[in-house]
Design a protein around this ligand. Structure first.
Ligand code: ATP
Length: 255
């Protein structure tokens, strides 16, 4: 589809097209398209831009990933379709493993996502087929399967777009969870240790840049950034931004 660059929703429509293309290639499932619609609604309300609290969360996320012993980036269909290149760049920057982790798991889709990442230069992609032989306790069905070399032994897991149950389960397993979720009310956003409330297409490049920049910092500096970070406050600030924007549009009608 040809979208004129002058269209007011140009970028948003381009992202949609990328997901639809991912759907046609068997990488994205229909449920992923619906989840994206929810994300779009929040992005619309937030003015389709990155707000300062999201950038502070990116800094804490970068420090956490750089200090991690076994960081893992969890990839699902939507993130594969939208930010595959950034996932590979980030894995290089912080020496992280990449693991396919799907809500709607089929062997075919796992392999398609793996092949996409490998074709773009990923060294290795975990969590495909028999490799996903370990399980996350308390989760049912296919959603519980993880790689014993990846998420199972990770100390930090980056989940760009994750469902609430799995986020909670990972936190209960003692892992530090860094989430990217444009919906500050989702259970994932509320339960993660660090929540970047932004569209994944903006958050991932920001995170890659920040990791490259923070590599020059000392361990002590990185630890300070994490110590001073308060996720609850960051989410409250984002909700306040939504509140203020609604109040402005409502003409001061929201008290
Ligand atoms: P909860 O975390 O409350 O259980 P959920 O499991 O119902 O939420 P999903 O349907 O799995 O949520 O959707 C994943 C989340 O990802 C949604 O909160 C949605 O707002 C968010 N999301 C979708 N697309 C994007 C995007 N492009 N960038 C950032 N976040 C997105």
């Amino acid at each position: 589809m040809l979208i004129p660059p002058s269209h007011p929703r140009y970028l948003s429509l381009l992202i949609r097209e990328r997901l639809v293309e991912g759907f046609r290639r068997g990488i994205v499932v229909p449920e992923g398209l619906i989840a994206h619609g929810r994300g779009e609604a929040f992005d619309y309300i937030l003015g389709e831009r990155t707000w300062p609290p999201a950038l502070r969360a990116v800094e804490a996320a970068a420090a956490t990933l750089l200090l991690a012993r076994n960081p893992v980036i969890s990839v699902n269909g939507n993130t594969g379709a939208l930010v595959a290149e950034d996932i590979i760049s980030l894995a290089r920057e912080v020496n992280a493993r990449i693991e396919v982790n799907l809500f709607h798991r089929t062997r075919e889709r796992e392999e398609r996502i793996r092949d996409l990442l490998l074709s773009l230069g990923a060294d290795e992609v975990l969590g495909v087929g028999e490799d996903a032989s370990a399980t996350i306790p308390e989760l049912m069905s296919e959603r519980r399967r993880v790689s014993p070399r990846g998420i199972l032994v990770a100390d930090v897991v980056l989940v760009p777009l994750e469902d609430g149950d799995r986020t909670e389960a990972l936190v209960r397993m003692g892992k530090k969870v860094v989430a990217i979720d444009i919906n500050p009310f989702s259970r994932t956003a509320q339960k993660a240790n660090i929540t970047i409330v932004d569209n994944v297409v903006r958050a991932m490049p920001n995170l890659v840049r920040k990791c490259a920049e923070f590599k020059k910092l000392s361990r002590g500096d990185l630890e300070n950034i994490i110590r001073e970070y308060n996720n609850k406050k960051i989410i409250q600030e984002i909700v306040k931004i939504i509140w203020d924007r609604l109040a402005e549009i409502a003409g001061g009608g929201v008290e």
